[in-house]
Design a protein around this ligand. Structure first.
Ligand code: AMP
Ligand code: ZN
Length: 112
């Protein structure tokens, strides 16, 4: 299967790594929407939140567990936003589950 983020995790495509452990990889978004914009992904391929189930939820939990540490590495002591887009209406462009970590400034008005 051809997946951009699987290729980044394998090191086949370069990325600006911020954090890595056994389950999680985090790297800078190539087209940042805030002063800090990091993508956090499970190393196992999951299409999106819409594909989370009993068999893979532990990988998602590892991603969520890593967020405070990644936020600290990025210096986001004053807060941040975590977003995951799902499918066509959600505006998801890469079909490998990822959480956008945004911060480093006061973020603009949001939908939720
Ligand atoms: P989404 O639109 O929620 O699927 O988010 C995909 C994100 O991946 C976008 O914010 C892109 O800027 C980012 N992106 C695409 N290709 C790369 C890449 N090679 N390295 C880092 N970020 C990327
Ligand atoms: Zn993938």
């Amino acid at each position: 299967m051809d997946c951009l983020f699987c290729s980044i995790i394998k090191g086949e495509i370069p990325s600006a790594k911020v954090f890595e452990n056994e389950y999680v990889y985090a790297f800078r978004d190539i087209n940042p929407n805030a002063k800090v914009h990091v993508l956090i992904v499970p190393k196992t391929h999951i299409d999106s939140v819409d594909r989370v189930d009993e068999s893979n939820v532990s990988a998602v939990a590892e991603v969520l567990k890593a967020i405070p540490e990644i936020a600290k590495i990025c210096g986001l002591s004053n807060g941040y936003r975590v977003i995951t887009n799902v499918g066509e209406d959600g505006g998801q462009s890469v079909k490998h589950l990822h959480f956008h970590l945004l911060g480093g400034e006061k973020l603009p008005v949001r939908l939720a």
